[in-house]
Write a protein that binds this ligand. Structure first.
Ligand code: NAD
Length: 246
């Protein structure tokens, strides 16, 4: 395994189809902690609030935590330099798409367009009865259980809860983008969440070179990664961007 940034720059320069795969680590510098680990959200909240069964059985308890995490807290976060550089790289034709496990909307907010949200998006809410979609600012989030303006049914944040399947379109597009990649850039993910964790492995099987940026080694680092760049997403992305411009 290589660890030189020059090696990553060379791969990115020569690539015809770069697909990016992001996890919670890319948003840490926007102030959003990962779920797990020392400062993870699950040290403050009970993960059961995001289980589908629990959500329907105890909607008031689930909604209280969901509002605090995803609207009072996530809602205020802004894209960071790493999100912005990726958006610019897409506009410049240097990357084709981003597959993200994140549900914070920050890639779209930064201006990226070809984003496949494998786990959905918290900044969208859906009525499971009529399918109407809302932005958080369109509904009263102070209600114990926010409801649809059309039929009064309970709203659900449009991200994948524990016990829920991956949205079909995002699933198909993500695996297809992994298939097409000749260079696959992983940023800030442990590789522990299934089936998302399979995506980089598909890229590798199809001959893509794998570049990984992470603060610490992940499940990919030894077996899947070709070039490992250790550090914070913003620092490494700005260094890559600087060298790619020369
Ligand atoms: P994870 O929490 O399992 O791992 C985060 C990874 O990011 C770790 O490998 C860590 O070393 C790395 N990291 C931390 N800070 C970093 C930095 N500044 N720069 C680069 N890397 C850094 O995250 P995951 O593997 O993405 O899985 C967690 C699941 O939880 C995801 O599927 C996602 O849906 C969800 N989640 C989303 C958000 C979000 O939307 N921002 C936040 C937390 C969790």
């Amino acid at each position: 395994m290589e660890t030189s940034i020059d090696c990553a720059v060379e791969l990115l320069r020569q690539a015809k189809h770069v697909t990016v795969f992001t996890g919670a680590g890319i948003s840490v510098e926007s102030g959003i902690p990962p779920f797990r680990g020392e400062n993870g959200l699950w040290n403050q909240y009970d993960p059961r609030v995001l289980e589908l069964e629990y959500f329907y059985a105890q909607p008031e308890l689930s909604w209280k935590a969901i509002k605090a995490i995803f609207y009072d807290f996530f809602g205020k976060a802004k894209p960071n330099l790493a999100h912005e550089i990726l958006a610019r790289m897409e506009r410049n034709g240097q990357i084709k798409s981003i597959i993200t496990q994140n549900i914070d909307n920050l890639h779209f907010e930064a201006g990226s367009e070809n984003v496949y949200e494998f786990h959905g998006n918290s900044q969208r809410l859906i009525c499971r009865e009529c399918g109407r979609i809302y932005k958080p600012e369109e509904i009263n989030l102070d209600k114990a259980v926010p409801s649809c303006h059309t039929d009064g049914a309970m709203l659900k944040p449009d991200f994948v809860f524990f016990g829920e399947g991956i949205p079909e379109e995002a699933h198909t597009n993500s695996f297809s983008e992994a298939d097409k990649a000749d260079v696959f850039l992983i940023i800030g993910t442990t590789g522990e969440v299934v089936p998302a964790s399979m995506i980089p492995k598909i890229a590798k099987q199809n001959g893509a070179k794998i570049i990984e940026i992470n603060l610490e080694p992940s499940l990919y680092t030894i077996e899947t990664t070709d070039v490992y760049l250790q550090g914070k997403a913003c620092e490494i992305m700005s260094e890559l961007d600087k060298r790619l411009r020369v």
